[in-house]
Design a protein around this ligand. Sequence first.
Ligand code: UD1
Ligand code: MG
Length: 468
Amino acid sequence: FPLPPQPTFPALQANVGFALLALVGTLLIVPKVGPAFIEKGIRGRDLLKPGGRTSGPWIPECLGLPCASLYLLLMMLFIPFPFSHIFQVAGNNGVGREKFPIRELTFYLTSLLSLFTATMLGFIDDLFDIRWRHKLPIPLIAAVPTLLVYYATGGWTWVVLPESVGKLLCSLGLPGWTGAPVVNLHVFYYVYLVLLPTFTTNSINILAGINGVEVIQPLIIAMSVTLNDLFFLPIWPEWLLALLGVENPASGRMLPWAVGQVVTRHLMSLYFMIPLIGVCAGFLWHNWYPARAFPGDTLCYFTGMAFSAVAIQGHFSKTMLLFFLPQIFNFLLSSPQLFRLVPCPRHRLPHFNEATGLLEPSKAVFERAPPLLGRIILEAFQILGLTRLERAPPPADSKSGEKTPSDSWPQDGDLISATNLTLLNVLLVRLGPMREPTLCLLVGAGQVAGSAVAFAIRYGVGSLVYGG
Ligand code: UD1
Ligand code: MG
């Protein structure tokens, strides 16, 4: 029993309508619920404003919660739209119901489940500041339903290698090597997929601390994913297709790589991304300098999980990682502090100079010598211009000939502080002090530039390398 073609555009138009509701809803709800959050003690002081640490006004924290709630409610209301063509066929007698695309519905529902888990984790973290060792396993567990759906819908575990690597492996004559430039990673691919939500959720949360920065990142990533999804829809003008050498463009108006299941997967991703843009844009309005609301970990975890859910289910996790280039850089840079090779203060956000009103790099001040590996990494980072180190001056009594005891610390020349290892501090070390909104715009510009590089890799070099 044939089903009519899927009504791509009505559902997409409805989705854009839901995104507008998300935008307007966020703009209206955030200032309304803010005072209730302050009253309940869910609040924080803006550390980068005059008197911020002690006497500044309270700002409501964790306003990612109403944003995530609104988004989830709208996404629930949207569920019937992508399947509306089935209802037309099913009519009164239920004919065609057995052809219901359960696969897409499952995709949709498990993504919502992951988003709920992430929102709950973020909210708990905002309330109780839970420890890393407790919060790291939760996104791993939240990924299980998504991975099962991934397995059930094909479970692709192959990685496509560049042709040159394939040839090299072939020439080595490895046993069992067929010569095709693909390798099956089997269970390791699932390990990578399990780690993806942990990375996407936490990496946004640790590139934080100045007004606007926690929400400008997901806003630009969601826009980049949306553009990438549009590359898979039949909407492209004939002249562009002719330019790309697509044969018979009138029939599909598709770009060359948009074939089969890939189109449906990107359509599903689009349904999640467009309303996310609405929520992030609405919240950015309130979080922009000077912030009237803080997103809290809730917004970071919820947006991060949205990205990994669509990337895993849409089979484009490698492309998604390319949109996280600034976060990957910030994570690698932060890892010596995250893994305690270098001391890590509770807050690594930049330092506010009250006299100039500008932000400067903040420092991790050492109370004892960091481990040797930490010191080597710091010296290397200093050579690369990623941190500024401070050394102990010669002891005041060195002229008098008296020697300081050899076991005391710090000795002359020992490292006593380093600027905190974050992208924000690196920008301040390299470019000098600047205003808070300027730094946020710079991070946004870096995110846009990262996406441009991502598109160049994916559709330039990577079109030879990537499978999907
Ligand atoms: C992460 C960072 C931490 C950074 C913090 C800032 C790591 C490992 N953790 O911690 O270094 O200091 O985010 O969000 O990198 N705040 C501002 N201005 C802002 C945003 C936040 O002053 O624009 C302050 C407020 O006091 C707010 C607090 O940061 O209450 C929120 O911090 P929280 O999100 O709980 O910190 P973490 O995510 O644990
Ligand atoms: Mg946070």
